[in-house]
Design a protein around this ligand. Structure first.
Ligand SMILES: Cc1cc2nc3c(=O)[nH]c(=O)nc-3n(C[C@H](O)[C@H](O)[C@H](O)COP(=O)(O)OP(=O)(O)OC[C@H]3O[C@@H](n4cnc5c(N)ncnc54)[C@H](O)[C@@H]3O)c2cc1C
Length: 649
């Protein structure tokens, strides 16, 4: 069984905010912490010079083991902001298995002799500091020019499964004699596998174990004078053979390219926003107006349905949940309400599942708490039929309002009433052909096209995406009785907003019928009455309804990524028919500039943001915010590969 990663918090010395009792060691050289970071990691990797030589629009990806107090990150950011051109970008990918509590981080940072610029960044870091949830937490700094991917997990597992390549490594972490677990051959091997011919490394130690480990993994290792009292330390560069993952698409798009997004629902809006927050302009084409389809409901519940096993689906939902507090701050109070959500357990089977889930989940942070019927009723301010669990970080939002807020950005151009009819490939470009609502026929040429148009994506992608429609009807209810927070069970009931509450939704697979059905309203009313101790609502309270179509996949995970050249794959992967574990030796080809984000199913309000970040990172050659295993589990070609294995194509 795949278990959730284990995480424990750092133990700071109460008398010395720069020392951890766990390893009986300091986070940095206490005589001159900033000087040491600058000399060992920044200068050791020649970062000032490399920052200066970054072309406008290009990116440098720096990996770090052991984030600690974030001081190296802060010093690197200041160097980057001072040296790099205005349009260059920095991605800092770091690991930390013993994250500091916010209070300890504050104490530790406040005791450092920071410059004013550093203090400002430190304030931002403290404000954005993630809860101790073992996942990758993505944060943006420097007006979107700097991405921090903070992986709360152990370095070796993170780097082993990292999806992307690193340009410079800052190998930190406590001294090898105090923290021997991290400095193991498995870590050096993982680091080498994520390096290329120009990748450098630098570290504060010259311990033999580290020297030999890096050398045998393929690094040229050089001894150089150490910082302050340390006699020597090592730095160097990768000279081994580059490891190529044949299944992973490589980026060919940069920030100066023209980018079109098709579809202005949650998928399209979050993708557009992900580009815009990196200061990259995009155009969004929508056949009607934004949020007219599945994303047009006035209320949706943003919560996770996690499994006892740490499946890719569950890890993705957990990561999404971990980001709500930070990423959803952009929304107005009218559109996002982090109220917490009650998830009822109506029988012994569901109760047992929830109990096991609470036990299986990482314990450092209460993602889900068991609650009694009485506690659930107090939270809901309504007498409920059952107890169950409470997800404090979950909430409810107005998907329609959120789509409009996301698209309201100077770098996002929305062109409504443009239905993409077909796309032609002209060398490296894509020619989109539309029928405009009022203006007739149009053509536009783009370097990158992102299909964020739900079920319709299937029509434009030459590969089976296995998308299926699931009709859903929500019902609007006006009564004197509303729950204080959302209640979910066989249906959901949301708190009232502007005098109405939403409940639902029906679930009719393989139907695209958009006509409301009276019986569906009655079903919704019956189902929400089954969640409360005594029936409260009746059909007299129904004031309206709305029908829309979910786009789901057979494994209930979205499809996210570049579109494969399926005809070429077919011939290169012929052997899959005979050997399901067959690995190609050459990288597989992808359609240049064609990407898809669809199949958000019933969890789109939760997973759309991280799916969009994954996609935009892939497009721009950043290290992904999810592991390679999760990228693979979400890739649009997964169904096609399964068909090849079964000999069905
Ligand atoms: C009834 C119902 C209740 C739901 N409740 C919840 C909930 O409580 N919590 C939750 O997390 N999720 C919920 N969901 C799921 C969530 O709403 C979806 O996952 C999400 O809205 C999907 O977003 P999307 O952008 O992929 O699709 P859509 O919102 O359908 O957007 C696709 C857009 O593409 C446009 N388009 C299509 N083809 C073209 C073309 N060729 N050219 C130009 N434009 C095109 C469409 O007009 C549309 O605007 C619910 C869904 C339904 C249907």
């Amino acid at each position: 069984m795949r278990r959730y990663p284990y995480l424990s918090e750092a133990s700071l010395d109460p008398n010395d905010p720069h020392r951890t009792t766990k390893f009986n060691d300091y986070y940095f050289a206490i005589s001159d912490p900033i000087g040491e970071r600058q000399s060992v990691f920044i200068d050791g990797n020649s970062l000032p010079k490399r920052f200066r030589s970054l072309q406008p629009g290009s990116l440098i990806r720096i990996g770090e083991t052991g984030f600690g107090t974030g001081l190296t990150f802060i010093v690197a950011c200041i160097n980057f902001l001072n040296e790099a051109s205005r349009n260059a970008r920095l991605q800092w990918i770091s690991t930390e298995q013993y994250p500091l509590r916010t209070g300890d981080l504050i104490q530790s940072i406040k005791a450092l002799p920071l410059t004013t610029d550093m203090e400002q960044l430190a304030e931002e870091l403290i404000g954005d500091w993630p809860d101790p949830i073992p996942t990758c937490h993505r944060r943006f700094f420097g007006d979107g020019r700097i991405i921090l991917d903070l992986h709360f997990n152990d370095s070796t597992s993170v780097i082993n499964d990292l999806s992307g390549t690193i340009d410079a490594w800052c190998l930190d972490g406590f001294a090898p004699e105090r923290n021997p677990e991290i400095w193991e051959p498995a870590l050096f091997k993982a680091i080498a596998e994520k390096s290329h011919q120009e990748t450098t490394f630098s570290t504060f130690t010259s311990a033999r174990k580290v020297r030999d480990g890096l050398a045998s993994a393929g690094f040229k290792v050089e001894k150089v004078p150490g910082f302050a009292k340390k006699r020597e330390r090592i730095e160097g560069n990768f000279t081994g053979n580059r490891t190529v993952n044949p299944w992973t698409p490589t980026s060919s798009i940069h920030s100066k390219h023209s980018i079109a997004i098709i579809g202005a629902g949650l998928a399209g809006a979050w993708t557009a926003y992900a580009f815009a927050r990196r200061r990259i302009p995009v155009v969004v084409f929508e056949r009607q107006t934004p949020a007219v389809a599945a994303s047009g409901n006035p209320q949706g519940i943003t919560y996770a349905k996690l499994s006892i096993e740490a499946t890719p689906n569950s890890l993705l939902q957990m990561q999404s949940l971990a980001h709500l507090k930070n990423w959803f701050q952009i929304f107005s109070a009218d559109n996002w309400n982090q109220s917490g959500v009650v998830l009822l357990a109506k029988n012994d089977k569901e109760r047992l599942h929830q109990k096991k889930l609470v036990e299986a989940l990482p314990s450092a942070y209460p993602l889900i708490q068991s609650i009694t019927r009485q506690e659930a009723s107090i939270l809901a301010e309504l007498p409920l039929a059952y107890g169950g669990s409470f997800l404090p970080d979950a909430g409810w939002l107005n998907p329609r309002g959120c789509v409009w807020e996301l698209l309201d950005h100077p770098l996002i151009t929305v062109i409504p009433y443009r239905h993409v009819r077909q796309v032609k490939r002209i060398e490296a470009m894509s020619l989109l052909e539309f029928e405009g609502h009022t203006l007739g026929f149009h053509q536009h040429l783009y370097n990158a096209v992102i299909w964020a148009n739900a079920l319709e994506a299937q029509k434009h992608v030459p590969m089976p995406l296995s998308l299926k429609p699931i009709r859903g009807q929500i019902t609007y209810v006006q009564s004197g009785n509303y729950p204080k927070i959302p209640i979910c069970g066989d249906a959901y009931v949301a708190p009232q907003s502007h005098g109405l509450m939403t409940c639902g939704a029906t679930y009719t697979p393989n139907s695209e019928n958009l006509t409301p059905i009276l019986e569906d309203d009655l079903t919704n009313i019956d189902t929400i009455n089954s969640l409360v101790a005594k029936p409260i609502w009746n059909h007299g309270h129904v004031t309206g309804n709305r029908v829309s179509i979910r786009t789901a996949t057979p494994d209930y995970m979205p499809v996210v990524g570049q579109v494969a050249e399926s005809e070429i794959w077919k011939s290169l992967l012929e052997n899959l028919k005979y050997d399901a574990t067959f690995q190609p030796t050459q990288p597989l080809p992808y359609i240049r500039g064609h990407y898809v984000l669809a199949g958000l199913g019933s969890r789109g309000t939760l997973t759309a943001p991280i799916a969009a970040e994954l996609l935009v990172s892939q497009i721009l050659g950043e290290v992904l915010p999810v592991s390679e295993s999760i990228r693979d589990a979400l890739s649009p070609d997964r169904f096609f590969r399964r068909r090849l294995v079964r000999g069905l194509t």
